[in-house]
Design a protein around this ligand. Structure first.
Ligand code: PRX
Length: 632
């Protein structure tokens, strides 16, 4: 059998050669990569696609199991190698090293628990859990039996959780009695109970004991430890069609409810391992740590699937970078001799505000590769990361991608292709980005800004929005026909390096979290004294962007607790991550004659601009701009 490593570039020359091959002959290229995996049945057709429909099918006719590829495949040559290295929130609690052999057994056991509780292929299972190994185990157990996992980040509120459970019609919820987060203990179970009160599709809930609480279980609850104690260590991996769904993961849209992006088994498997190996250049014996949460796509692709498919040692961290102090990340790097460290620019900016001694106290000589994800990284943060953490001797990969793309799309390849601060740089092998002008024409010039689009399918493109194919078509394939439209703008330099300039829609990236403004405005509008609100992003030195809410009240005299009340409503309906940094009560909002809020003006005001608003003559109420500026 071919080895995937034969296709992983080790030099610039390799990258150029493989990239050219991947775009001149994509089907034969991806067929070779796919052949390096274990398939229960070979595919009939490598790729069929139609951007108009839109429809993308990879390795159709093939049958596989991604958990078999993550686990069973490695039992032959590395049964005792650590698969998951778990570092708990509390530094005094012992860390865990789970070998491939043990992980295989634990996944099999939980797969049997799922089966015993009537979960079948195609059923949706919601996972609302802390960052503990059992979360990865539950993910892999679902995929082992062909159930579709929907992981909901454990910072979301009960309303947000219920909305996601109901949207996907989940049959089961897996949760925990609580979670540890820094110095806080979070009562996950109560949040889950509140959600379940309005989730009729959930028949059973498995509850992991994490905080040793004395909670009483409800009728539909079963303890994780009781269930697995009866389960066998063996569970054969079910053969799943390549195009069958693997998971649903929700992401915010600029309007409406969150979008349940659906990823399918075959293409996602092929791309997550290949991109992981390429970008990070992981080698045997390396210890790779991505600090994200499995509740986001980064955790799916680059904590669980990519690394485990690659037979890597992947670290899972339960806690936060500031607990017990701002040296925690570096303490863990030293303790486990971390070689690859992948985090968000927000975390870097937050840590860079504290004395360098939090970093220099620890021996970071094991580090070989640093990575960032989730938002643009500014030069200052990049320099701090490079100098203080990487001691100028670790390549930094700035990886641009999305929940929808399933894997990294634009990034340098560690030590292989050139890096350039603040630039994601070059497309991954097999990825064909272009810049478009407003009319949807491809821009061939360099040193220009444009709308970023992708002109050819790649294996891990999300196949649909769960239950809403029309919305999938509208959001990603309608504005620029013939392309996938990610919603980002980009700049391309003379050397064909891409720099992501930010969202071109009403999504704001706050601390690396993708937040649609419309659902937050809906939450604010729930307040009985609010008539209307408009939310925009503005630059923030730690979070990248923060939110600024402009709010019109029914009764201007009742403003006493308005900020707290608005924040409470947002925390309750979405989660604390969506709270605005600033709330300004305004007499009106700038609107076009067709009634559309001119957010461009609000964005400028939020940035402190007082005069230069460009042409405001098309506004229905131009006088409002001055009034808002005065109240700033
Ligand atoms: O705007 C881009 C930004 O994050 C968006 C995707 O968010 P999400 O689906 O939550 O996935 C985040 C983790 C992959 C993108 O549309 N983004 C992501 N990575 C970068 C980035 N912006 C600039 N540079 C990046 N490296």
């Amino acid at each position: 059998m071919e080895k995937i490593d034969n296709y992983v570039p080790r030099s610039l020359e390799d990258y150029n050669r493989l990239y050219n091959e991947s775009i001149t002959n994509p089907e034969s290229f991806w067929e070779k990569i796919a052949s390096t995996f274990t398939w229960k049945k070979k595919w009939k057709n490598v790729l069929s696609f139609d951007f108009k429909k839109p429809e993308f099918k990879w390795f159709e006719g093939g049958k596989l199991n991604i958990s078999e590829n993550c686990l069973d495949r490695h039992l032959i040559d590395k049964p005792n190698q650590t698969a998951i290295l778990f570092e708990p929130n509390d530094p005094n609690e012992k860390h865990q090293e789970i070998s491939y052999k043990e992980l295989h057994q634990r996944v099999c056991r939980f797969s049997n628990v799922l089966k015993k509780n009537n979960i079948e292929k195609g059923d949706r299972v919601c996972l609302y859990m802390p960052m503990v190994p059992e979360l990865a185990i539950a993910v892999l157990a679902c995929s082992r039996i062909g159930a579709v996992h929907s992981v909901v980040f454990a910072g979301f509120s009960s309303t947000a959780l219920a909305a996601r459970i109901n949207d996907a019609d989940c049959k089961m919820l897996v949760t925990a009695d609580g979670s540890f987060r820094g110095s806080k203990t979070i009562d996950l179970k109560s949040i889950a109970d509140e959600a379940l009160a309005s989730c009729p599709s959930v028949e059973v809930s498995i509850v992991l004991k994490r905080i040793n609480s004395n909670i009483e279980l409800n009728d539909i609850d079963k303890w994780w430890h009781d269930e697995i104690s009866l389960a066998s260590n063996e569970c054969e991996a079910t053969g799943i069609d390549s195009e069958d769904p693997l998971f649903i993961l929700y992401t915010s849209g600029s309007t409406g409810k969150p979008k349940g992006m659906v990823h399918s088994c075959g293409g996602y498997m092929v791309y997550s391992e290949y991109s992981f190996k390429n970008v990070f250049q992981y080698n045997k014996g390396d210890v790779y740590w991505c600090t994200a949460d499995i509740g986001w796509i980064t955790g799916h692709s680059y904590i669980v699937y990519g690394p485990l498919l690659s037979g890597a040692t992947t670290v899972m961290f339960e806690g936060v970078p500031s607990f017990p102090d701002f040296g925690r990340f570096w303490e863990i790097c030293e303790k486990h001799s971390i070689t690859h460290f992948y985090t968000a620019p927000t975390a870097i900016r937050a840590l860079a505000k504290h004395p360098k001694s939090f970093v220099s106290k620890y021996d970071l000589n094991s580090l070989k590769v640093l990575g960032t994800v989730g938002e643009p990284i500014n030069e200052e943060a990049w320099n701090w990361y490079n100098e203080v953490v990487g001691k100028k001797s670790c390549p930094i990969v700035d990886t641009w991608w999305q929940t929808e793309t399933g894997g990294i799309m634009i990034s340098s390849i560690a030590g292989v292709t050139d890096q350039k601060p603040t630039f994601a740089t070059k497309p991954m092998i097999g990825i064909q980005p272009v810049l478009l002008d407003n009319d949807g024409q491809e821009i061939s010039d360099s040193n220009t800004n444009g709308i970023l689009a992708i002109k050819y399918p790649w294996p891990s493109i999300a196949r649909t929005i769960y239950g809403d194919r029309e919305r999938y078509k509208k959001v990603y394939f309608t504005a620029y026909p013939g392309y996938y439209f990610p919603g980002d703008g980009a700049f391309r330099d003379d050397d064909e390096n891409y720099r992501i300039t930010g969202r071109v829609d009403d999504v704001v990236i706050v601390s690396g979290h993708n937040l649609g403004t419309a659902p937050i405005e809906d939450a604010i509008n729930l307040h009985e004294n609010v008539v209307e609100s408009a939310l925009v992003g503005f630059p923030h030195d730690v979070k990248g962007n923060a939110l600024y809410a402009f709010v019109i009240l029914k009764d201007d005299s009742k403003t006493e607790n308005i900020n707290t009340e608005i924040n409470d409503l947002i925390s309750k309906t979405i989660g604390p991550i969506a709270k605005p940094d600033k709330v300004q009560i305004v007499p009106g909002l700038p609107k076009t004659r067709s009634g559309k809020i001119m957010r461009r003006i609000l964005r400028k005001i939020a940035c402190g601009e007082k005069n230069n608003f460009g042409d405001i003559s098309t506004l229905l109420n131009p006088e409002i701009v001055e009034l808002i500026v005065k109240g700033y």
